[in-house]
Design a protein around this ligand. Structure first.
Ligand code: MRU
Length: 355
């Protein structure tokens, strides 16, 4: 059995987050008591990973709602909107954030004009539901991904699309977990993922806890190991998938996908339907977060470049659909990903290939 990692927990007066900036050296939880603290936790990457950001935001909204001042339905709605807007301004790329906020807004609309206590209770219940649902969705992604992972495979992954990036179990690492716990002999190569080092710090920590064999490599070693025939497939997560199947994920994913194509290695994206943004036609329309230059100038606390050196730090890149063998979701695999197979995921039509 896998060890359950508690990435996010909610209570009425607290959103409790495992501090991902400190892993793997320190396992410490941060307790957010206001929605502003939750927003800051998302911005500073105490919690990160597309589904985890969405669930944390939902918890932040429910927490903020606990402190609403009683008033007319319009006054309550105005205060509620301030909370939603603050959380929506934390990170721009992961569409799961906006998806979760939309769910909380829909819940608020349903209880418009209800007594404040009932309104607050409904939002708390909705946030809890989104958290539990995320874990179940990831487990279903694992079920659909399992047939794509032959026993004996070595899987390369980039960044952390694991339990830490979700409410639990993970997307890309969920597929790997499903294969491991189904008894397939799999091993993982984890890219370190400069500059924030999610692969080195988080993916290795999480896989080691579950006794899944993992080897850490630097990002620039992927080509070497592919050329040497050591990698059988690649599985990564996504922050936003456009209607045509182009997928934004952690910076460096695109380079891995191009290398995989050159070496004829299947490249899969594992993500819930909430990561698919059908209102965004292609990858070119996905907003890419630009982060602070110090993430590049420093490695941990160690400065490696002069403080005034110009730095570019896009946090994500877009992998065009033509590099992706399949998108593994909780309802099936869009293979190959394109407008038709993506649309079919939402209608359950047989254009979705379930291998
Ligand atoms: O900047 P991060 O750490 O939030 O980026 C995370 C990723 O790129 C993940 O691969 C993605 O969110 C999928 S998480 C299941």
């Amino acid at each position: 059995m896998e060890s359950m990692i508690k990435t996010i927990e909610f209570s009425l007066d607290c959103v409790r987050l495992l501090d991902q900036r400190k892993l793997p050296l320190v396992e410490e939880y941060v307790e957010c008591r206001t929605y502003e603290e939750v927003a800051a936790a998302i911005r500073t990457m105490i919690v990160r990973g597309a589904p985890a950001i969405g669930v944390a935001a939902a918890g932040g909204i429910a927490l903020g709602a606990q402190h609403l001042r009683a008033g007319s339905a319009e006054e309550v709605t105005a205060q509620f909107e301030t909370i939603c807007t603050t959380l929506a301004q934390t990170r721009p790329t992961a569409v799961n954030l906006f998806w979760a906020i939309d769910h909380m807004r829909a819940c608020a609309r349903q209880y418009h004009g209800a007594p404040l206590a009932q309104f607050q209770q409904a939002l708390q219940a909705e946030a809890q539901r989104l958290l539990q649902e995320d874990i179940a969705i990831n487990q279903r992604i694992g079920v659909y991904g399992l047939p794509l992972v032959p026993s004996g495979s070595t899987i390369l992954t980039h960044c952390n699309a694991g339990a830490l990036a979700t409410a639990g179990y993970g997307t890309a690492l969920g597929v790997i977990r499903a294969a491991h716990f189904a008894g397939r002999q799999v091993q993982v190569f984890a890219d370190e993922t400069r500059p924030f080092l999610q692969g080195a710090r988080l993916t290795t920590w999480e896989l080691q806890r579950d006794h899944i064999p993992v080897t850490l490599i630097t990002d620039n070693m992927a080509g070497y190991f592919m050329h040497a025939g050591k990698i059988d497939l690649v599985i990564v997560g996504a922050d936003r998938i456009a209607a045509n199947g182009d997928a934004a994920n952690k910076i460096g994913t695109y380079s891995v996908a191009v290398l995989a194509k050159e070496h004829n290695i299947p490249f899969y994206v594992a993500a819930p339907l909430s990561t698919i943004d059908r209102a965004t036609p292609t990858g070119a329309d996905i907003p890419i977060e630009q982060r602070h230059g110090d993430e590049v100038r420093l490695v941990g606390a160690q400065r490696i470049a002069s403080p005034d050196i110009e730095v570019a730090n896009p946090a994500f890149d877009v992998t065009p659909a033509r590099y992706i063998r399949g998108i593994i979701t909780e309802v099936g695999v869009a293979m190959p990903p394109n407008e038709q197979t993506i649309a079919a995921l939402f209608t359950g039509s047989d254009a979705v290939s379930i291998s």
